[in-house]
Design a protein around this ligand. Structure first.
Ligand code: SF4
Ligand code: SF4
Length: 100
């Protein structure tokens, strides 16, 4: 099983200040970074987001969900095969959209 982590950005308003999920995770699954890098200007702190990136490292302890003060972390698990199929379907949809 592979973790699926979705962050509700309506609830996670200031990840740079909070970072509790990132700090508590023993497997270093989360990263915090800007949504876009603007040439010639400093990134606004409001444009930073937390993401679950290294999902294959997640042990499923659930600490990120427990520690989040706003309930923004949604943690689920999918079998590897199902995940691979989902990525494939998403990729096909992206390519179709690009070619239309
Ligand atoms: S469930 Fe545990 S290991 Fe997985 S992302 Fe959350 S804190 Fe990290
Ligand atoms: S703990 Fe919750 S509110 Fe804090 S940065 Fe993580 S997702 Fe956002």
């Amino acid at each position: 099983m592979i973790a699926q982590i979705k962050i509700n950005f309506d609830l996670c308003k200031d990840p740079l200040l909070c970072r509790q999920c990132l700090s508590v995770c023993p497997s270093v699954v989360f990263v915090c970074g800007p949504t876009k890098i603007w040439k010639g200007r400093e990134t606004d702190p409001q444009e930073y987001r937390i993401f679950g990136r290294y999902l294959d490292k997640c042990s499923g302890c659930g600490d990120c969900v427990k520690v989040c003060p706003t309930g923004a972390v949604d943690l689920g698990f999918l079998p590897k095969e199902q995940l691979a199929q989902r990525y494939q379907e998403e990729r096909i949809a992206q390519l179709k959209e690009r070619n239309s």
